[in-house]
Write a protein of this length. Structure first.
Ligand code: SAH
Length: 244
């Protein structure tokens, strides 16, 4: 069994995380009827942290985050607290703030075609679909891909397609993509993903090993411009052969 290693928490997010952990680290077991209120609380916190794209806020107000956490883990932490949590196979669901932040930076428009690498729970994919995007998402751990596929189907997110496979290869048959979001950290920008980005498109990814930064790539006229953003901490983007 792998340990739960990297948490997608940037240095910037440590204060809210420490605060949240100090008041909500124990199992909470929120009754189903209180989930909506918990979600509203999460969204109010996102607004306080500076997320101000109304469409992102609206999307995150609707997606039932708790249902994307496998039942076994759902009540071991507050699914609507601003921290990551376990989803099995040693992986985590990203904390709400980082989901909101990356989604806001991607500036997704309805009808756009998005590739996500690192499906995990399926939550980020659902948020993108709630914004009206067509989402193609790849997860290297087959059990997680299966979990995400099932929850997304049950919750009626028909615009998401999940593939179990190696994200380094991208999804060439469906390319080019308007935007690409990577939610695990490679050490170098994967070439295939740049190739599968349409001209004028954007990709956001955490880059690095021990020290990671979010990076935004813009492809224009065949050139790629790279902008550094926040320091973050994500699970590594593994190569196929490293999977146990
Ligand atoms: N977006 C997710 C969080 C994902 S955590 C959510 O909303 O819950 C990162 C995920 O990336 C993990 O599930 C991990 O298994 C996956 N991953 C790591 N390397 C990968 C690769 N090469 N291709 C596809 N997925 C990968």
């Amino acid at each position: 069994m792998k340990e739960i290693k990297m948490m997608p928490v940037g240095l910037f997010f440590l204060i809210p995380v420490i605060f949240a952990a100090s008041c909500g680290g124990k199992p909470v077991n929120i009754p189903e009827r209180d989930r909506n209120r918990a979600r509203e609380r999460m969204v109010r916190q996102l607004l306080r942290y500076g997320i101000n794209d109304e469409r992102v806020i609206a999307a995150m107000s609707t997606v039932p985050r708790h249902l994307f956490i496998p039942e076994k883990y759902r009540d071991t932490f507050d699914p609507y607290g601003d921290y990551p949590g376990p989803i099995g196979s040693g992986q985590t669901i990203s904390q709400p703030y980082i989901v909101a932040y990356m989604t806001e930076r991607l500036d997704v428009k309805p009808g756009e075609k998005i590739l996500e690498i690192g499906t995990g729970s399926g939550y980020q994919a659902a948020v993108l679909a709630a914004l009206g995007a067509d989402v193609y998402t790849i997860e290297i751990i087959p059990e997680l891909a299966e979990h995400a596929r099932r929850v997304l189907a049950e919750q009626g997110y028909r615009k998401v397609q999940v593939r179990a496979g190696d994200g380094y290869k991208g999804w060439p048959e469906r390319s080019p993509f308007d935007e690409i979001i990577v939610t695990c950290a490679p050490e170098e920008i994967p070439r295939a993903l740049i190739e599968q980005l349409r001209d004028g498109g954007r990709m956001i990814l955490p880059l690095g090993a021990r020290f990671q930064r979010l990076v935004i790539c813009r492809k224009e006229g065949g050139e790629v411009r790279i902008e550094d953003d926040l320091p973050v901490r994500f699970v590594p983007m593994v190569h196929g052969r490293e999977v146990k």
